[in-house]
Unconditional design. Structure first.
Length: 84
């Protein structure tokens, strides 16, 4: 079995209104040295694969087809073998 940890973020140049709102809130709380905030997604999947290459291929497909929008988002993932 494998566990995939997937990180999805907006590409540089894509406006991030949620990140801007968080930055404004942090500034109002006194954290004035925060220069920028980008908000993304963190997804954890448990996979019943025994083969690492197959698991990586499937996670990549899931990211491209559903979990990330490749037009405006970047993603990367970490794959860790776990005991069942």
């Amino acid at each position: 079995m494998f566990q995939a940890r997937i990180f999805v973020t907006l590409k540089d140049g894509v406006l991030d209104p949620q990140g801007a709102a968080v930055k404004t809130a942090l500034t109002s709380l006194g954290y004035e040295r925060v220069a920028d905030v980008r908000v993304g997604k963190y997804i954890v999947l448990s996979l019943g694969h025994s083969n690492r290459e197959e698991a990586e291929k499937e996670v990549r497909e899931m990211c491209e087809r559903l979990l990330a929008n490749p037009v405006i988002e970047n993603y990367f993932f970490e794959l860790q073998e776990v005991s069942s």
